[in-house]
Write a protein that binds this ligand. Structure first.
Ligand code: HEM
Length: 150
């Protein structure tokens, strides 16, 4: 289930995977922080409208393309001969963390749309907690792929 041709590009694929995931994680860590600040201002205020623009740009121009690139290069790496032992557990745990990260992005997309419609239903505490979720998932993903503990 591997593509020998991908071996020629391995260092580049890995570099592009890491660059893409840095950009994606930056967005996943910063967007909930913007939501925390957005909670502090009145709906319809100038500040609220500015947050809406910042949230839209971060989501559409950084997070979405970066997530797609992370997945594309990750899939190419997974199909490069000799990198994944399909009988070892680490890859599946990493994949689980990655799927949950994509789920976190989906949830953030929904909260962003709520703010856009001046219909946010959550408080600052909620977004502070949600801010920690991508951090924990990233720790799991990175330890799995670097340490490969099982
Ligand atoms: C569809 C999603 C993904 C797939 C299929 C995937 C798969 C892979 C594979 C097969 C490797 C090569 C491992 C090796 O060279 O031994 C790799 C490297 C790496 N991945 Fe992913 N990955 C994905 C998403 C992510 C995410 C979301 C993160 C972090 C939050 C991440 C972090 C890393 C890191 C840090 C490396 C470099 C490890 C090293 O230096 O050896 N990956 N990935």
């Amino acid at each position: 289930m591997t593509v020998p041709f991908f071996l020629h590009f391995y260092p580049w694929t890995k570099a592009l995977h890491v660059i893409a995931l840095i950009a994606w994680m930056a967005g996943l860590l910063y967007l909930p922080r913007l939501f925390v600040y957005h909670c502090e201002v009145l709906p319809g205020s100038e500040a609220s409208e500015l947050f809406k623009v910042m949230e839209r740009k971060l989501y559409k121009f950084i997070m979405t393309p970066a997530m797609i690139a992370t997945f594309l290069f990750g899939i190419v790496l997974a199909l490069t001969p000799g990198l994944v032992d399909w009988h070892a557990g680490w890859f599946y745990v990493k994949l689980g963390a990655v799927i949950l990260l994509a789920g976190a992005q989906g949830a953030m997309s929904r909260w962003r749309k709520d703010f856009l419609a001046d219909a946010n239903r959550h408080n600052q505490r909620f977004f502070r907690i949600m801010n920690e979720v991508p951090t924990v998932l990233m720790l799991v993903a990175v330890v799995m792929v670097v340490v490969k503990p099982f």
